[in-house]
Design a binder for this molecule. Sequence first.
Ligand SMILES: [Zn+2]
Length: 521
Amino acid sequence: MIGLDGATFSLLSPLSRQGHLPFLTGLIKSGTIAQLMSTRNPLTPPAWTSMTTGVSPEAHGIYDFLRPAFLEDGGVFLKINDRRDNHAETVFSIANRGGKRATVLNFFGFYPAPELDGHVASGFVPWKHLRGGIHPPALFDRLRASEDFDYRDLGMDIGEEKKVVQGLEADEHEEWIELQNVRDKAWTDVMCRLLEEDPTDLAAIVLDGPDKIQHLFWRYLDPECHAGEPGEQTEKITRLVTEFYARMDDNIRRMVEAAGPGTNVLITSDHGFGPTTEIVYINQWLADRGYLHWREDGAGDGRAQLAADKLKDHQAMIDWKRTVAFCPTPSSNAIFIKPDPGDGSGISPDRYMEFALKLREELLAWTDDQGEKVLAGLDMNKMRGRAFIEPCPDITLKLRDGGFVSIISSDAVVKPRALADGTHRPEGIFIGAGPAFRQDEQVDPLNLLDIAPLMLTLLGLPVPKNLEGRVPQEALVPGITATKAGQARSAASQPAEERPEPSAEEREVLLRQMKKLGYMD
Ligand SMILES: [Zn+2]
């Protein structure tokens, strides 16, 4: 399985028609394609985790990059999610238990590396911490000794040392595109090497370049968007991002060829992409209604654009004693209702239902100056009649332009963006090619929860009954059918291990990345 973070047919189809994706075009013709619907909040951590566990975020517990921790004094602290916060068993572990080896490269949430039979190298890890995200340990030493690439290129913070980042300035654009090329190629090199030297039954990789390119350069790729001042620089960026996709196509070709003929190949994405044209200041909206209070001592003046190094303190902008509802991160697109720590400063369980429903009503009635609804919809996650792992967001918002919210204060709750940026959409991609798949077929949208059952079926293994998706039989040639696992369930995770919190440095790196990608407007 080759995961292309954020890939969407709305971009790949025109690039394919223009001849920039020769290999992928051939793969599509020889296989079955479908849209792949993402998680409720179509975001990288919950989406890849759902794809690789076969269960919803409520069952695996990864809703975002970060999660709020509610302190006894009524304050809120943000913690970084990692593998130990994933409560569900991965398809790679299930495959191991079925006697199949697995290779897992560059997925979110595999740090610290699980001791799988095969090869693991986690994504989203600063290069200084890569060793802890790699299993077996000898693999780290092999990667570090590689002559094909600098192993530090596999880290999330590639290129960070070279510059002080305060958002991405125009003259950094070319460098940013090249960093994505370098890193996607480095991960491709690792996969090709492992496929040749020690192939496993199942091999899966994420190339995260498409997501990073599309966040910053969507307007150069989407003819519906205005790219900016026409001229040499705009033309150059357009050419460089188009070249990025041609290189991505070549990365895919190299991996599929290294896997050898007769291999079943899945190309997937965790979510799609589209333009975002406005900024919605959700915490300001909550503040205007008295549910959230900014600190008045100036420590939390969010009216200025926050510098990257101040982001870690953004919770300090909020007066927690007087706040009952808040959005912790832009990427969450969520409102959390603050539980009462015992001093009456939050919402106690007996008041929860009434408060949550009132908030829901006000959110749904929210209109802009033209009287148009600001939200396309919302989900009340704790009122859906199913179990959920905490800290589960109480409300997940769907903005009308598909974008992510802003969490800082503002003099208006909705503002247009000067130029469109890229943001996530629920419609990802699925391409299945190889002996198991129908040729030249398009089927109705699949859900990313269907991918784990499909992978297990292709491995000839039974599908545990708690997996929520189904095997997409309509994409497969006759004769390949799911094996029922009877009462077997995927293994429950261990109780949370005692663990050191990520270092301040790790937090910094993650927050800077989120800032660059526009998650911190
Ligand atoms: Zn993603």
